[in-house]
Design a protein around this ligand. Structure first.
Ligand SMILES: CC(C)(COP(=O)(O)OP(=O)(O)OC[C@H]1O[C@@H](n2cnc3c(N)ncnc32)[C@H](O)[C@@H]1OP(=O)(O)O)[C@@H](O)C(=O)NCCC(=O)NCCS
Length: 255
């Protein structure tokens, strides 16, 4: 059972999740999430089957609780090519083994919130992903009404790249989700069709401007009494035309 009283000075430590954490992990998931997870999920987490995980404990708690989980993060490595965010990655087709880390669950017991525990857990995940040389990004979904989590991931420099309508179906209701991505190891989003068009237009414009400038200079030489005209337009292509929408008080970029 989780004791909801936080000692004055918690001593937070992070460690891998182990088989002995099964019951508390299942309990905290039940308390924090509207979705029920199968026993098999917890079995896979505590045994590290296909899932990587980190737990947070508070060593300042009384003996029997000093190693009890008060926070956790679970994640899975997936193939980038088969993932739903394949189109959000700038792909090197010669490297077919590129991977992603997908965060499955993240939670901190209520009385331990706002102490930076989730931040440390996410830092463990991004550090881990950065050390997997094939990994290009960490990503996850957040239900659209979970403002604390949305605020949290933005603060952790994740980019909100997509809104998925009716992604969740919980107790007879549909809910949207936001997709957050954190690129690692040089991973980045590709140019969207809109960006390609913008680039093309910018180049075409700059080409037109330089031709016009040449003609102008020729004319200027011919008619030297005309005042001098300074070319002030920036010829470098700028790509700023990402569409932005506002959803549930959160500003998200759509690529
Ligand atoms: C989201 C969650 C994991 C954050 O855990 P945490 O340990 O409190 O996070 P941190 O202490 O590292 O806080 C980081 C930031 O999140 C903000 N934050 C945390 N809880 C918040 C809340 N309830 N409301 C608003 N912001 C909140 C903090 O203010 C902090 O930002 P700041 O430094 O700008 O103030 C935690 O609220 C939680 O377990 N929620 C329930 C489960 C959940 O929603 N998981 C995410 C599903 S994807």
């Amino acid at each position: 059972m989780v004791d909801l009283r936080v000692p004055y000075r918690p001593i937070i430590a992070y460690r891998p999740i182990r088989p002995s954490d099964f019951a508390i992990l299942e309990k905290i998931h039940g308390d924090l999430f509207p979705i029920r997870y199968e026993s098999e999920f917890f079995h896979n987490v505590v045994n590290g089957h296909d899932i990587v995980s980190w737990g947070a404990v508070d060593h300042s708690r009384p003996n029997e609780q000093s190693d009890e989980l008060i926070g956790f993060v679970t994640a899975r490595i997936v193939s980038a090519k088969d993932s739903e965010i394949e189109d959000l990655l700038s792909f090197d087709l010669s490297k077919t083994d590129q991977t992603l880390v997908y965060i499955l669950t993240l939670g901190v017991v209520e009385s331990y919130r706002n102490l930076g525990i989730a931040s440390s857990l996410i830092n463990e995940v991004t550090k881990y992903a950065s050390n997997v040389y094939t990994c290009r990004a960490v990503y996850l979904h957040v239900i659209s009404y979970n403002n604390p989590a949305i605020h949290f991931y933005k603060k952790m420099s994740f980019q909100c790249l997509r809104r998925l309508y009716n992604f969740y179906y919980i107790n007879g209701h549909h809910y949207d989700s936001f997709l957050f991505v954190y690129y690692v190891n040089g991973g980045r989003s590709p140019c969207s069709p809109l960006e390609l068009v913008t680039l093309f237009v910018t180049y075409a414009k700059s080409g037109f401007k330089s031709v016009a400038a040449k003609l102008w200079r020729n004319e200027e030489r011919k008619i030297s009494k005309w005042p001098k005209c300074k070319e002030s337009g920036c010829l470098l292509p700028t790509v700023q035309n990402k569409r932005s929408v506002t959803g549930e008080g959160s500003r998200c970029q759509f690529v």
